[in-house]
Write a protein that binds this ligand. Sequence first.
Ligand SMILES: Cc1cc2nc3c(=O)[nH]c(=O)nc-3n(C[C@H](O)[C@H](O)[C@H](O)COP(=O)(O)O)c2cc1C
Ligand SMILES: C=C(O[C@@H]1CC(C(=O)O)=C[C@@H](OP(=O)(O)O)[C@H]1O)C(=O)O
Length: 394
Amino acid sequence: MLRYLTSGESHGKSLVAILEGIPSNLNIDIENINKELSRRQQGYGRGERMKIEKDKINILSGIRGNITIGSPIAIEIKNKDYENWEKYMKTTGEIDIQSKKVTKARPGHADLVGALKYDFEDIRNVLERASARETAARVAVGAICKEFLSKFNIDFTSHVVQIGKQKIQKSFFFDYIKEKSELSQVRCVDENFEKLFIEEIKKGKEEGDSLGGVFEIIIKNVPLGLGSYAHYDKKLDSTLSAHLMSIQGIKGVEFGIGFEIASLRGSVVQDEIYYSDEEGIYRKTNNLGGIEGGVSTGEEIIIRCVMKPIPTLYKPLNSIDINTLKNYKASIERSDNCAVPAASVVAENVCAFVIAKFFLDKFSGDNMNDIITNYKNYIERLESRGWKKGIKSI
Ligand SMILES: Cc1cc2nc3c(=O)[nH]c(=O)nc-3n(C[C@H](O)[C@H](O)[C@H](O)COP(=O)(O)O)c2cc1C
Ligand SMILES: C=C(O[C@@H]1CC(C(=O)O)=C[C@@H](OP(=O)(O)O)[C@H]1O)C(=O)O
């Protein structure tokens, strides 16, 4: 079973993660993982912290000479900012608690609920772990999963389709999005909307406010048959949703044409099924986003996520001091004012973990050879049933 845990405080020494279940004899290109980490740090609207951090993975165990050995993979990403925070954050010995104490809860962040639940007078103990700094560790985990899935040609990309009130309606081709979104400051493939998105973020910032938005993830070459029909942890769509909703700030997930299906007739929504000798079983549409009955259909998996605006505002909202219960404005240090582009990269990698987990559940094996054999046998069997989209040249 593929599983992972992360640990680490935003201004602590390091973020760490352990990923268990990656098979042996997988070649890992560390530059690909560092590239994912760097993609996550980009995007117009990020704050000053991203100028300090230059995230790089440090693999502590589970890999020898770039090849996995089947044991848990432990990773570390150092927080460069720790140099400035050691006297407040070190794990043992005396620390300066007062200078960085936070007592005025930010609405929308975990500040109030965390302080009351864990019984803290200092919100610092909450925000250090609630911070989306943690997503760097999750991206490293997902990037290792991407390395595994790339051997089966499974590929991921994402792009931003809405910032504030500015919204793109069109849908695009995978390769186009992959190339274009990487070139954009806001991971947007439409040049006009790129300008509008940047303008929207800039305006928000000037007004001391923050923005959310929507991004789309597209996953290509997932074979037909990952997932199952009913249980919450076996359905591919429910598991993807749960993992995506666990990204800090994500408030909704939709598949394919999403919530629009509510207003359309069944005759329009369902993706009709065809067969031809050349193509085998195929669809002309992909309205349901590549998943039916909790199982991948072999079409592109298309997911959209909505992210709420960043809670920390430079023009702070009404709140209270959690200790005196007096009314105050919420506290503010530094902050991003829009992180939708960064969140889209996190989401790709979170999906990579889920797809890798379901892929390994289906084609289980301790080592790459066994998994490749299982995969090829399955694709051959599907071919004999008329489904010809499987890629065999592994
Ligand atoms: C990549 C990324 C960067 C973020 N940066 C900030 C930030 O700088 N300031 C902030 O207040 N929230 C930021 N957030 C959002 C908060 O972490 C999030 O709203 C908070 O943890 C509460 O979680 P919830 O929205 O799921 O309830 C960021 C989220 C992500 C994914
Ligand atoms: C550090 C990251 O994002 C952080 C997420 C975050 C939050 O509250 O979620 C608050 C900010 O932290 P800081 O106050 O240290 O600037 C962001 O910079 C990161 O993405 O690597």
